[in-house]
Design a protein around this ligand. Structure first.
Ligand SMILES: [Zn+2]
Length: 165
């Protein structure tokens, strides 16, 4: 049996480089800025671009259930509106709400796909910092590790190349 292996780093926010700590703080602010009366959990995401810009977004809920959007995709859309060709170096995600604040949060499947497609389009890796409100962090250097056997349109329906390269 073949097995997937990829590196990841568990640490605390306080142990991260200063610029990344600021990125995580921006994601925390975005998570806290959503209406606390509505959802049980709100997610914040922050992008660090190649020009050192930080762009944030929070998860968006809607009374019609499937019409909301996750923070990760919201921030990718925000980047498209902000500066169409700026590459992303890193993304930080975290959450706030009436839940345990110990476990780092990971992107849903749809957001993994969106992040991977963005990485392929920009042709340089995006590192992801998955954080908890109490400062626990899991860092992965390349978002393709989050989605083995990804669906990649130009390569056909099944491809393991993203993780084997
Ligand atoms: Zn998502």
């Amino acid at each position: 049996m073949e097995q997937f292996h990829f590196p990841y780093l568990q640490s605390l926010k306080s142990q991260l480089p200063e610029q990344i700590q600021e990125l995580v703080s921006a994601a925390e602010t975005a998570a806290a800025n959503t209406d606390p009366s509505r959802p049980r959990l709100t997610v914040g995401a922050a992008l660090l671009t190649e020009n050192e810009n930080v762009i944030t977004a929070s998860s968006q809920v809607n009374a019609i259930n499937p019409e909301g959007v996750c923070a990760e995709r919201a921030v990718l859309y925000a980047l498209n509106n902000h500066n169409e060709r700026e590459k992303i170096k890193s993304i930080a995600i975290t959450y706030a709400g009436k839940v345990s604040n110990e476990k780092p949060i990971a992107p849903c499947g749809a957001c993994r796909q969106a992040l991977l497609e963005t990485q392929i389009a920009q042709n340089s890796p995006i590192s992801i910092y998955m954080c908890s409100p109490d400062g626990r962090t899991i860092m992965i250097e390349d978002v393709s590790f989050l989605l083995p056997f990804a669906f990649i349109q130009h390569e056909g329906p099944v491809s393991a190349t993203a993780v084997e390269e």
